[in-house]
Design a protein around this ligand. Structure first.
Ligand code: TRP
Length: 456
């Protein structure tokens, strides 16, 4: 099995588990381990988690199924999938390609941090309990322009190397070991974190919603997080679905992937937030949360050094299985649609992403106050632009497309091929036609309003 089609014959997943792992590998990444805990922290805690869950069920699950179904139906990657059903809609796939560029631009910044921490942990340099010291290590690193851009580059080179060599060989096999290992690992860390003295405040903060904290911002960010975490709205799941053959049931994976993804996010939250309270960090401290909190948790565990190093290795792995899915969408567009040479296209695209991404790294240091829009620096701008606008638009268009243009009934027919019975079809049809589009639309309008007000 390979995602790379050098020859005319289109590749397929060799096994159902290969598909589930690759799709889950795309979904489970920094979005779960790094972004979810700090987003909970800076969006008021339990209220954010609650809204996240509502969106997950009402919007996330239905869209996941819609995307995979569209892919399997057309057997084409994003642009082609839309085009083959309705020519004018090809632009939705194009939107995903653009989005992939911008996500990877800041994702690689954080990927670089993970590599740096991995190396540091390997040398045993993270066995520190003092929050202040950990904070200044993190602050010192991300604000040094040369180092952070260097590590960002290393992350992109790794991503490129995997995409060039195809997914099948290493990544699929490695996924089978590393993903379960990651799961066990964060589970252990969360137990340590929950049992730290003073952790109960953090558990409360995480799980008990404070309704007064809910505002439009929290709602926009929660929806953005659902899209980001599930890798939905830029064509990844359409593309991955397109490598499935008609014999495979798509209902199971469409349910397992979001469940697995959410489980990882919740456990990551439980690993991080109780420790934040127990060890005297600030929940609202933003992107650095994982990097400063978890080393302190390790430092208070037996075999902490080993755990620390293993943990950052697995985070790196999770980040790479996600970043390759983004690069793959961009590359396959130029290869499939523009007839580009795969190797050349991959290298040039990575270089452009690196260039676009450098300001994201710089905005943690020297360019902190270089505001590209309103009070958003480059890093925040790429993040908001993708999660709150591009992915949301992609999700909105996907629901309209599957619900109305292709037609929910036709989609159900595709799902029910070969005698599969989709018992929840009426519920899904209702959601994808009448609930998802208006709900996402309202939130998208608010995000746009916000963006425009920031410009004015
Ligand atoms: N879902 C990944 C994460 O949680 C990030 C990701 C990979 C992504 N591919 C994507 C997000 C496509 C949006 C679209 O880290």
């Amino acid at each position: 099995m390979s995602l790379i089609n050098e020859n005319k014959e289109r590749d397929k997943w060799s096994s159902k588990i290969g598909f589930i792992l690759a799709a889950a590998g795309s979904a489970v990444g920094l979005g779960n381990l790094w972004k979810f805990p700090y987003s909970v922290g800076s969006n008021g805690g339990g209220a954010f988690v609650m809204i996240y869950f509502i969106f997950l069920f009402v919007i996330g699950f239905p869209l996941m199924l819609a995307a995979i179904t569209l892919g399997r139906k057309t057997q084409l990657s994003a642009v082609g999938a839309y085009r083959s059903i309705k020519k004018k809609w090809a632009f939705v796939g194009g939107l995903g390609v653009v989005c992939g560029f911008f996500i990877l631009a800041f994702y690689s910044t954080v990927g670089g941090w993970v590599i740096y921490y991995f190396v540091k942990a390997l040398k045993g340099g993270l066995a520190i309990k003092d929050p202040e010291v950990l904070g200044s290590i993190f602050g010192g690193f991300i604000s040094s322009p040369v180092e952070s851009i260097l590590y960002q580059g290393i992350f992109l080179v790794l991503t490129l190397a995997i995409v060039l060599r195809g997914i099948s060989g290493g990544i699929e096999k490695a996924s089978k070991i590393m993903m379960p290992a990651l799961f066990v690992m964060i589970f252990l860390i969360s137990i340590r974190s929950i049992t730290l003295p003073g952790a109960s405040e953090g558990i409360k903060f995480f799980l008990v919603p404070d309704f007064s904290k809910i505002n439009m911002n929290v709602i926009m960010n929660a929806l953005g997080q659902v899209f980001f975490s599930l890798s939905i709205g830029m064509g990844v799941m359409v593309t991955y679905g397109s490598y499935l053959d008609k014999d495979s049931n798509i209902l199971g994976p469409s349910a397992y992937i979001p469940m697995l993804d959410t489980a990882v996010a919740i456990i990551a939250g439980l690993a991080t937030l109780p420790a934040v309270f127990a060890l005297g960090f600030k929940a609202s401290s933003g992107p650095g949360l994982m990097f400063v909190t978890l080393p302190a948790v390790f430092a208070s565990m037996p075999f902490g050094k080993v755990f620390c190093f293993l943990f950052f290795m697995l985070v790196l792995f999770a980040a790479l299985t996600s970043s390759i899915s983004m690069l793959e969408v961009c590359v396959s567009y130029f290869v499939d649609e523009k007839g580009a040479n795969r190797i050349k296209a991959s290298i040039i695209i990575s270089m452009i992403i690196y260039l676009v991404g450098m300001p994201a790294s710089l905005s943690m240091g020297p360019w902190k106050d270089v505001h590209i829009l309103g009070n958003l620096n480059f890093f925040d701008f790429y993040d908001k632009l993708t999660s709150n606008i591009l992915l949301t638009s992609g999700g909105l268009l996907l629901s309209i497309f599957v619900g109305w243009v292709w037609g929910a009934d036709n989609a159900v027919k595709e799902i029910e091929l070969r005698g599969v019975k989709f018992r929840l079809a009426p519920v899904w049809k209702f959601l994808i036609k009448y609930v998802v589009p208006p709900a996402v639309f309202i939130i998208l309008i608010n995000s746009l309003k916000e963006l425009i007000m920031a410009i004015l």
